[in-house]
Design a protein around this ligand. Structure first.
Ligand SMILES: [Zn+2]
Length: 278
């Protein structure tokens, strides 16, 4: 239950106890406890590019990247950043062939699913046959996809690239599946203090075991696994050139401080890769 829901529930409880106390011969109820004020609260009324309506953005933590949500569609900062870039780059996205890998079912993913008839979403279930439909998702390994060449106008991922073991394969595969002129619009954390393009934090050994290269392995939330997703790479400032070396994209990285659209805080970068027309 959110702090706001807790506050509402506490207010309702107060109303009940007050009405009870007016009944004759009923022992006086103990004084209602005041709802606990959240330690931190941020609110801003703006426009959500995911649900395309004027909405309240609200956070109960200073870590806006995960906590600053649209109170209507529950989109997060990176989802709104991708929606902004997508709207500006491909305003006709509703009519395009779109692949999203590893979506969370909220915000931008729901918007794509509802509005773009040629949207397909995939998750990766390593123990299941690739290309099959599993629970409403196509089973795809981003590094080894079963899609044909040049089939998508747009590929979208949000915070996936820091979890792949071979980003060069993933970028090459996204490139292969895009039509000429197609876009790969995606997010992943780019550490502002790190100059090097990519630092491997975990790798696969030849026999398929995970070898950790940092003392404390890092995991992020995973919509299809309670174990979370292992972070395999830290990325830094030079990643744009590195991506172009992995796959011959034209690369731009866009960074925000956009309060009106609820895109503020750390790691707002959206990386836009375009497959050249020829
Ligand atoms: Zn929204």
């Amino acid at each position: 239950m959110s702090d706001v829901e807790k506050a509402d529930a506490a207010a309702a409880a107060e109303d009940v106890s007050l009405s009870d106390s007016t009944t004759a011969h009923t022992p006086a109820a103990p004084p209602p406890q005041e709802a606990e004020a959240p330690a931190f609260q941020y609110e801003f009324a703006g426009h959500c590019p995911c649900c395309d309506t004027d909405q309240l953005f609200r956070a109960y933590s200073e870590w806006f990247r995960d906590s600053l949500v649209c109170w209507n569609c529950m989109s997060t900062v990176r989802e709104r950043a991708v929606a902004l870039v997508m709207n500006e780059t491909l305003p006709n996205w509703r009519h395009l062939a779109i692949h999203q890998s590893s979506p969370s079912e909220r915000g931008i993913s729901l918007r794509l699913r509802e509005c773009a008839p040629n949207y397909i979403s995939s998750q990766y279930y390593p123990d299941q046959p690739l290309g099959e439909n599993i629970g409403g998702y196509r089973n795809e390994d981003l590094e080894n996809q079963t899609f044909g060449d040049c089939v998508f106008d747009l590929v979208v991922t949000l915070d996936v690239m820091e979890h792949v073991f071979h980003p060069e394969k993933a970028y090459s595969e996204v490139y292969r599946t895009l039509k000429p002129g197609g876009y790969y619009i995606h997010t992943f954390p780019i550490q502002k203090w790190r100059a090097e393009a990519a630092a491997c934090t975990a790798r696969l050994t030849p026999d398929g075991q995970v070898e950790h290269l940092i003392e404390t392995p890092e995991y992020h939330g995973n919509p299809i696994s309670d174990k979370g997703s292992l972070v395999t790479f830290y990325y830094g400032y030079d990643i744009s050139k590195q991506i172009a070396e992995w796959a011959p994209f034209d690369v731009r990285i866009i960074r925000f401080w956009d309060q009106y659209h609820g895109v503020i805080g750390e790691y707002t970068d959206v990386t836009v890769c375009r497959k050249p027309l020829i």
